[in-house]
Design a protein around this ligand. Structure first.
Ligand SMILES: CC(C)(COP(=O)(O)OP(=O)(O)OC[C@H]1O[C@@H](n2cnc3c(N)ncnc32)[C@H](O)[C@@H]1OP(=O)(O)O)[C@@H](O)C(=O)NCCC(=O)NCCS
Length: 205
């Protein structure tokens, strides 16, 4: 089997379950506060993903990395609607999930491309896949005329923060919500921005 690594924008409908499994393996603990049942979580992710809002790393047929993003048109997780949550979780479960997901949601501001979750399969980490995905997002942001690429990293993930710094991201703000640590498992996020993009182009909204 050809196991050459390559990157592509988006994924097919057939790849939705694999994308959901990969995303959940990385972020399930965080998302589990909102949607505790793993089966329901996988189903909601698979249905709610908007595949065109990401770059993925493929190794042969296997999806081994995802870098989701959010812009003015939408986001990778932007299809997780009230309707989908209610269908999967019922009224009370959906209400709870929506309230918690709202705490995790990040606002996009004009001119920026916002990272909406980057993850690599556990058995492929530390081999440069995450760096390649970030590099691809930087190129994409440049090509599309964005002014900034932004991400938020939680304070319990220093390894990821180091990786972003190495890729050229700078810390631009920190947000503390110590009162939510009991619920979310982290008490602060660091906002990091990559701003060495081509400023000559017409800015995106
Ligand atoms: C963060 C992540 C996407 C990096 O992808 P990757 O393919 O392992 O990254 P690379 O091989 O290009 O770079 C490795 C760097 O990432 C860091 N890293 C972060 N989390 C890591 C993990 N769980 N395993 C291995 N490396 C990790 C390493 O420390 C390494 O930096 P170092 O050489 O300074 O130690 C990946 O590790 C991952 O999916 N982690 C879980 C999800 C996550 O935390 N996402 C980020 C949310 S902000």
């Amino acid at each position: 089997m050809d196991d050459t690594l390559y990157l592509q924008q988006g994924f097919t409908d057939e790849q939705r379950p694999a994308a959901a499994a990969l995303y959940d393996a990385a972020f399930g603990a965080k998302l589990g506060v909102a949607i505790p049942d793993p089966k329901q979580r996988l189903s909601i992710l698979a249905q709610g993903f908007q595949p065109k809002f990401c770059w993925v790393a493929m190794r042969g047929e296997a999806l081994v990395g995802i870098a989701g993003y959010k812009n003015a048109q939408g986001s990778l997780t932007g299809g997780i609607s009230w309707r989908l949550l209610q269908t999967e979780l019922g009224y009370r479960g959906a209400l709870r999930a929506l309230a918690i997901l709202a705490l995790l949601d990040r606002e996009h501001t004009p001119g920026e491309l916002l990272l909406d979750g980057i993850c690599v399969a556990a058995n492929m980490r530390g081999q440069g896949v995450g760096s390649q995905l970030l590099q691809q997002l930087i190129q994409y942001a440049k090509r599309e005329g964005y002014q900034r690429l932004r991400l938020d990293v939680i304070n319990t993930n220093p390894d990821a923060k180091r990786l972003y710094q190495r890729m050229g991201f700078n810390v631009t703000a920190t947000e503390s919500f110590a009162y939510l640590r009991w619920l979310l498992g982290f008490s602060a996020t660091t906002r990091m921005t990559y701003s060495h993009l081509n400023k000559a182009q017409k800015p995106k909204s």
